[in-house]
Design a protein around this ligand. Structure first.
Ligand SMILES: Nc1ncnc2c1ncn2[C@@H]1O[C@H](COP(=O)(O)OP(=O)(O)OP(=O)(O)O)[C@@H](O)[C@H]1O
Length: 366
């Protein structure tokens, strides 16, 4: 079932939690809602589940306005970050109890199969007889997720369901979550503040900030065409370089101290104050084999080993430019060594300068 929110507003006293949310999750789609703490992610989910009533705007499930539909009758299954489990009952009972509700009431054998399959996928088969109260936080979180995924639902609403797992398990579960048949077939709205998770999981991603959706798109849209500097900063580690400066005649970017000059592929009027963005992996330490790409002259400021590659921060006048190079290229570099990194004009993103009231928007290629 598709899920749509139109112009949804919600206030708690003086706090504007949702400020005109527009969102549409297509049938069967896995949609990630990404935003910082307090952005309104949980409130959005609660509004879909019917646990909060919007002050204005509408929520539709399967094309039907659900204003007057009770949470229980909406047919959505929600997993909260603060999970409600029965601590004295076994993992098996916690997983099976949703299937005993009058809504589902599956035959015992079928319920057992479903619970077994979900427990297997979540790696908790060995814990089925244990009381939930004796489990670790990460194990409990998997039980809570299982309680949601086990039931037949028209849509899953998942609120940071992997947040309590350690890094390794989180990565593993991330990969497995989308492979679960029920998840693959069922519309899923997944909330996270982790951009890596959003990029890994989302068929599409919605970026939420201060109760509004700033940008919706595929991972390619968000990565290559971020709406503004804040979206650009949110995705990618090491972070995108954003160099402040002005556009001179001939469409060349120039930093305030004149140390960095870069030809722009995007037409920008002369005199415009901009931030030029380039991702560290798009800066080449040794210059392109083909020789194209614009060269800059600087010196090594800091190097940091990131497994097989090295992050090199280069000082160019008053600017710092970070790049990622292979260890074979950058392994021997010392602080203050001169380097000539190269940047291709087509990998540059151009943004309006940030203003106090809002981050700089990307200037589009015409
Ligand atoms: N029941 C409530 N009463 C008062 N204020 C609330 C209530 N629920 C949420 N808020 C406020 O509404 C805003 C949005 O909260 P919400 O929980 O939706 O954010 P979030 O993006 O899910 O954040 P987090 O990642 O920290 O869970 C916050 O400023 C929060 O303090």
């Amino acid at each position: 079932m598709s899920v749509a929110l139109r112009d949804v507003h919600k206030r708690y006293g003086r706090t504007k939690a949702l400020d005109g949310i527009e969102l549409r999750v297509e049938e069967g789609e896995f949609f990630c809602l990404l935003g910082p703490s307090g952005a309104g992610k949980t409130t959005t989910l609660k509004t879909v589940a019917g646990l909060e009533r919007p002050d204005r705007g509408s929520v539709e499930i399967g094309g039907r306005d659900v204003r007057d539909v009770e949470p229980y009758d909406r047919g959505v299954a929600m997993c909260f970050e603060s999970y409600a489990l029965y601590p004295h009952r076994s993992v098996y009972d916690n997983l099976a109890s949703p299937l005993r509700s009058p809504r589902h009431r599956l035959p015992a054998a079928e319920a057992r199969d479903r619970v077994g399959a979900i427990a297997e996928l979540l790696g908790i088969s060995a814990l089925l007889d244990r009381p939930v109260g004796q489990l670790s936080n990460g194990q409990r979180q998997r039980v809570a997720l299982g309680r949601v995924l086990v039931r037949p639902a028209r849509a899953f609403l998942l609120d940071e369901p992997l947040s309590h797992l350690d890094a390794k398990l989180r990565q593993q579960m991330r990969a497995e979550l989308k492979a679960i048949g029920a998840v693959r077939r069922t519309t899923t709205l997944y909330v996270t503040h982790d951009s890596v998770e959003a990029l890994a999981l989302g068929d599409r991603i919605g970026v939420i900030r201060q109760g509004r959706i700033v940008q919706t798109g595929t991972r390619e849209d968000i990565w290559y065409r971020p709406h503004d500097t804040e979206v650009a900063r949110a995705f990618g580690r090491p972070r995108i370089n954003l160099l402040p400066g002005t556009v001179t005649g001939g469409g060349v970017f120039r930093s305030a101290d004149g140390a960095v000059e870069l030809p722009l592929a995007v037409p920008v009027p002369r005199g415009t104050e901009v931030l030029v963005g380039v991702r560290p992996r798009d800066v080449s330490l040794t210059g392109d084999m083909t020789g194209d790409g614009h060269r800059l002259a600087g010196s090594v400021y800091v190097t940091e080993v990131l497994g097989r590659s090295v992050e090199v921060t280069v000082r160019i006048g008053a600017q710092q430019l970070s790049l990622v190079a292979a260890r074979s290229e950058a392994g021997g570099l010392r602080v203050d060594d001169p380097v000539r990194p190269a940047v291709r004009p087509e990998s540059l993103l151009v943004f309006e300068a940030d203003r106090p009231e809002r981050p700089g928007r990307r200037i589009e290629r015409r």
